[in-house]
Design a protein around this ligand. Sequence first.
Ligand SMILES: [Zn+2]
Length: 135
Amino acid sequence: MPRPKKKRKVDNPPKMLGFKPFGIRFCDAEHVVMQYEEYEAIKLVIYDGLSHDTAAENMEVSRPTLTRIYNSALQKIGQGFVEGKSIVIKGGDFEFNKEWFKCKTCFKLIDGIKDPNVCVDCTTDFKNELINLNN
Ligand SMILES: [Zn+2]
């Protein structure tokens, strides 16, 4: 029986849903999909400057798995950069340490709300206007 795959821990959802190039004729259908755990690996290793060992501990994966996730993320960034494709961040095999949502109007990140009401930034009513980032 195959070992059940453990979910990778992601602490920080990205501020954006993806990334778009400019200065080229843009086709939304052509994009690279980056998983949340790939974004997290880039954040921890490049932005926070953590070693692969420490980043692996944070995400509760082995060091080789972290390196595999990180290399895959770099490959996707390279593809988007060179080919002028947008990068959409979605999906993956991960879990957040708390629930994360995003306002559909202003894209503000909101963590662990118990009673969704209105967005403090744009006052959009949250009833049907939240993007659920949790798997
Ligand atoms: Zn809002």
